[in-house]
Design a protein around this ligand. Structure first.
Ligand SMILES: [Zn+2]
Length: 246
């Protein structure tokens, strides 16, 4: 089994911007003392800094057996700050990466207690808990306000969307337009995403209709001669099941 047993969450202590992940990655690449993470995440991108097989220097005590993820934002953020629209988009990006890691390295989608971390269990943890257990750094990120419940639910959502059991040939009933903004969220979004994924589109099945979904929708609509609105209306919905895959 892979030596990787942990996904370690961090906050960069950098302000929330569209370029924060890129800026942080650039800093890691140019700074003299060893510090890095496997990926840096902001609201609209994930920047890969270190390959999974290589060790990132982010959380002394859990470097060799952990994958490190840096999130734009601050450890002082309260729960509601982590759930504002910027951070929701960020968590969504982070969840997609974490889901891939969890699947690949067989990491259970649960937050470890400090005792479990110390005992060598597999799971998710924070830099804060790594500091408390191994006492080799004093970092407290991503802070006590980090919404673990929401984040881990998003990770589970990504994975549950991927194991598509039943192959539906007939379009399920369309009930409402899927659009952004406001972001449409729900089972119908996941059903549509799963169908689009089956058709070969590179789409994340997470139940949230975001800008990436809108882009795919527009491309699909153009391909099928429908008005490219980016909104999944009744015709666009039906076409995902009835139109031939080209
Ligand atoms: Zn950290």
């Amino acid at each position: 089994m892979s030596p990787i047993r942990l996904i370690v969450m961090h906050s960069m202590e950098w302000a929330e911007k569209g370029t924060t992940a890129e800026d942080c990655a650039r800093m890691f690449a140019t700074m003299a003392r060893p510090a890095s993470a496997h990926v840096c995440v902001d609201n609209d991108s994930v920047v890969r800094c270190v390959a999974d097989r290589d060790t990132a220097w982010a959380a002394p005590g859990a470097n060799a057996d952990g994958l490190q993820m840096e999130l734009a934002g601050f450890a002082r953020q309260k729960r509601e700050d982590w759930l504002d629209s910027y951070s929701r988009d960020l968590l969504k990006q982070a969840a997609a990466v974490a889901a891939g890691w969890a699947k690949l390295y067989k990491i259970p989608i649960r937050k470890l207690s400090q005792a479990e971390l110390r005992a060598g269990r597999r799971g998710f943890t924070s830099h804060m808990d790594v500091s408390a257990v191994y006492k080799r750094s004093d970092h407290g990120d991503p802070g006590t306000g980090f919404p673990w419940d929401v984040f881990l639910a998003m990770v589970k959502d990504v994975l549950s969307g991927e194991d598509d059991g039943d192959d539906e040939i007939v379009a399920p009933k369309w009930t409402r337009p899927l659009s952004t903004p406001p972001t449409t969220k729900g089972t119908d979004v996941r059903i549509w995403q799963r169908q689009m994924r089956k058709r070969g589109w590179n789409i994340t099945v997470d139940g949230w209709y975001g800008p990436a979904d809108e882009e795919i929708c527009k491309k699909f609509q153009r391909e099928k001669g429908l008005p490219a609105t980016g909104v999944v209306d009744a015709k666009t919905w039906a076409a995902a099941w009835t139109e031939p895959i080209t």
